[in-house]
Design a protein around this ligand. Structure first.
Ligand code: HEC
Length: 288
């Protein structure tokens, strides 16, 4: 079949499944701990309201299957099956402009899937591992639960590089919740105040922090809350003690024994400098 025709055929197939899987799979009440919560800016939903989708109903949606060899949560050559985040974005009727998908985990870690990331990497909400349903999934390397959901990719090839930060696979496990959001609002919460050229350290630090730090550190209601250390607090440390700030990022246990923040030993001095310059823009104005 010619490619263009195939695309039309696939689009028609997806449209048919949208009709076959009406939004009624989004229920007002939770039916089990394995339900996926969905929220954000969805057509017909008041902002802030949550809906629940059953695992069984997700298994009825159009499924994709891949053999994965490069996901650190999974053994080599694991077969994953599930629904592409792109498909979910169509099915759940997000509002125009809500192009960002935010995955939230049981430990309040969050990962962000902007439209360009989805186009490059085709992330999948995993429902089956080696054909098995979630009650038979293996444990994480440190003995935790991979479920209720995890996100993986057919394969991961980094699509951008900023200084020594390379585009990193966003592969959370323990995902309980997907939100369909406006990127301008979510990333707007950590946009550096003022205008900065694209190649300035502040802007480079922003791009890195958006993919890295924002998963565990929050700014108000946006971003992960796993660390309990909000953006302004990081800004104060960058301002008052930049050397400590840089050491925490590169080698956290050299600053605090038992630190849970993952070190970034590969970040070079220019990268640490860019992060420091960026976070300083969030320190209280009187001390800048
Ligand atoms: C996987 C989660 C995670 C990521 C990603 C992360 N952090 Fe953290 N961070 C933590 C946790 C948890 C703490 C609390 C202290 C601890 O347990 O390590 C913390 C603490 C800190 C602190 C304060 C340490 C102190 O003195 O109290 C700074 C500064 C910091 N992080 C900066 C960053 C920056 C900058 C980035 C991005 C380059 C980042 N973190 C990415 C989890 C993370």
């Amino acid at each position: 079949m010619p490619r263009a025709l195939l695309a039309v055929f696939l689009a028609a197939g997806l449209a048919a499944s949208v009709a076959a899987a009406p939004r009624s799979i989004m229920r007002a009440q939770r039916s089990s701990p394995g339900d996926l919560e969905v929220g954000g800016e969805l057509a017909g939903l008041l902002p802030g309201s949550t809906r629940y989708v059953r695992y069984q109903d997700l298994l009825e949606l159009p499924q994709e299957t891949y053999t994965v060899s490069d996901d650190s949560n999974l053994l080599r050559n694991t077969v994953i099956g599930g629904v592409a985040l792109a498909t979910l974005a169509c099915l759940f009727g997000r509002l125009p402009g809500s192009t960002l998908i935010v995955a939230i985990c049981y430990d309040r870690y969050r990962t962000n899937y902007p439209r360009d990331y989805r186009a490059e990497h085709h992330p999948l909400l995993v429902l089956r591992i080696d054909g098995k349903l979630s009650d038979q999934w293996p444990r994480t390397p440190d003995g935790g639960s991979l479920g209720p959901y995890l996100i993986s990719h057919p394969f991961f090839k980094p699509a951008f590089q900023v200084l020594s930060h390379q585009d990193e696979p966003q592969i959370p496990y323990g995902v309980t919740h997907l939100e369909f959001r406006r990127a301008s609002v979510v990333f707007g919460a950590i946009r550096p105040p003022g205008q900065w050229p694209a190649d300035s350290p502040v802007e480079q630090g922003y791009r890195i922090a958006r993919q890295d730090c924002f998963r565990c550190h929050n700014s108000g209601a946006e971003g992960g809350q796993m660390s309990g250390k909000p953006w302004l607090e990081l800004g104060s440390i960058a301002q008052s003690d930049p050397d400590r700030f840089k050491r925490i990022i590169r080698n956290p246990t050299s600053v605090a024994a038992g630190a849970r923040i993952p070190g970034e030993p590969g970040y070079d001095d220019a990268t640490l400098q860019a992060l420091t310059a960026y976070f300083k823009t969030f320190s209280p104005p009187s001390r800048r």
